[in-house]
Design a protein around this ligand. Sequence first.
Ligand SMILES: [Zn+2]
Length: 503
Amino acid sequence: MSLEEIKKQIEKLRKEIKRHDYLYYVLNQPEISDYEYDQLMKKLQDLEKKYPQLITPDSPTQRVSGEVAKEFKSVKHTTPMLSLENTYSSEEIIDWEERIRKILGEQKCEFVVEPKIDGVSCTILYKNGLLVLGATRGDGETGEDITLNIKTIHSIPLSLRESSKYQIPSTFEVRGEVYIDKKDFEKLNKKLQDNNEITFANPRNAAAGSIRQKDPKVTAERPLKFFAHSTGLIEDKNLKIENHLKFLEICKEFGIRTIENFKLCKNIEEVIDYCKKWQEERDKIEYDIDGMVIKVNSFRQREILGTTMKSPRWAIAYKFPAQQATTKIKNIRVQVGRTGIITPVADLEPVKCGGVTISHATLHNFDEIKRLGVKIGDTVIVERAGEVIPKIVKVIESKRTGNEKNFKVPEKCPECGGEIVKEKEEEVAYRCINPSCPAQLIRGLIHFAKREAMDIEGLGEAVVQQLVEKKLVQDFADIYSLKKEDLLQLELFKDKKAQNLLD
Ligand SMILES: [Zn+2]
């Protein structure tokens, strides 16, 4: 075969793979099995290996770079990535509409309402159809260049899809959210846990941590997804975008996944109804949402409305109220933190709250117990607000039976039996002052290993616990004098992993 023929064959393969990516990631209508897809990829990889001179930057094989970033360069955004003003009630949404009315007068105004996904805001930029930049929001003016990591996300095309309807613009920039589905998040945490690695508190943290990995290979293994929801800089004389719905349609034509479950509303009553609908059904969506975004559909009207220093006037966020449930306190126990601080935790009778079952709540400190007047056995209202650990908001005193017990601050540390001292300067804090308290050492080491600067790979919670239990580590300096034989004594610690940690 001539080089010309090989080139044609490679191009055909790439086109086919891109078509299947589009069907799978954008339209959610795959036509082939994963196996068949992998076969196509393998064929392409083999050919490119033989003819590396034919590799192009937008080839599907080029998603994962071998480069490792030392630091992320900062990039100034083409137009500011503004944040939205928040509202918390229908009244506030109506107030917002009235403010708009004052500017727009009698003009008819339509709104697009979409779920507010709890992810990481990013911008992606295409020049002449080729993905050239991916960046975080940063402070809104300047973000970080994370192009290599953005490229690993399959719902972001490396080059824009050829459309029969629209010509590819010279500059096409879209903004959206990088996120992780709830199910994928659970699988990811399970995998991290099995590998004795640090797990994430919630899908948002997992997405944020994954998109800022220095090594794109790590990012590529994370189940990141992307939705476009806003325009960035778009330069083209031929491309007329009159409104938001048209923008979403164009994105889709170009192969970029757009926000799902949006609705065009003719008036503010419809807007409020749609917000309330998702407030009730938020758990049915496969990713975390914390509210809805309401936008004026017409781009001409958006221009008239303009922006304030911080936010556009033509869009607003409606935040869902916190989720509450009623349950009973089975017990109150204490935890020892890495600095020896003792914090009370309530064990609850498991209760469904906002789609998840919760079985414990934080009480922050001992003054909080006093302030709430909470006793063991009390019926209480617990609240989940976004990503934080549930907290107790209120005791329902009418439910008391007389069998409730007061909680007493323990005199001895539950972990080491050491003395507990009340801090003078801060009256609410109690502390275990035993310097070799194993609970403090374990939490301290985990904290130490988690700090990005340290970057000690493989030093997860389970490993730390075993190191301390087996007395292999008695202070921080011991970590660096660990020997392979020490690590091999640990359960679940494979030879390769031991070497990793020592390198
Ligand atoms: Zn202790």
